[in-house]
Design a protein around this ligand. Structure first.
Ligand code: HEM
Length: 135
């Protein structure tokens, strides 16, 4: 049941989830831009005082991304495949979720926004590279 074909399908599914998450994330960013205009650049604590549905969806969706990649991690281990890419992806996803939470609970500390965007792109690129390698 566990084989390379399954891992490929799961990886494509995970890439699809990432595309959705990045798309929703840009929606959250758009909302933050509106809040910035409304409350001003300095009142960062108010930017997410009344979050949009997009934000809650984005936050919860990250759990699904974590679980699907956790499954990829377990299957790769069982199949004795190279763990190089999935290890990096798992660390980056954890880091990405922590930065998201830090933006929410600690009112967007310096560099947290560009870091959040950069790590999202890194996760996608590494997953895509891994997919090409498996093929
Ligand atoms: C796999 C997990 C995640 C990925 C891949 C991801 C990805 C993204 C992306 C691509 C953006 C758009 C950034 C931009 O346009 O500048 C974004 C924005 C955002 N995300 Fe996430 N995100 C994840 C998890 C989370 C979590 C768990 C939270 C909160 C608990 C969160 C909170 C936010 C916030 C507040 C923004 C707006 C940032 C800004 O103003 O620049 N994200 N996310």
């Amino acid at each position: 049941m566990l084989n390379k074909i399954n891992i490929k399908h799961l990886l494509v599914f995970s890439l699809f989830l990432m595309v959705v998450q990045i798309f929703i994330g840009t929606g959250v960013r758009e909302f933050i831009d509106e809040q910035t205009k409304l409350y001003g650049r300095l009142n960062k604590n108010l930017w997410l005082s009344n979050p949009s549905f997009n934000f809650y969806f984005h936050r919860s969706f990250s759990i699904l991304i974590f679980l699907v990649n956790g499954l990829l991690f377990i299957i790769s281990k069982k199949l004795n495949m190279s763990m190089k890419y999935i290890n990096i992806v798992m660390i980056l996803i954890l880091f990405e979720i922590i930065i998201g939470a830090v933006m929410y609970y600690f009112s967007f500390p310096i560099m947290s926004q560009p870091l959040h965007l950069m790590i999202a792109i890194l996760i996608f690129v590494i997953q895509f590279y891994w997919y090409l390698k498996i093929n």
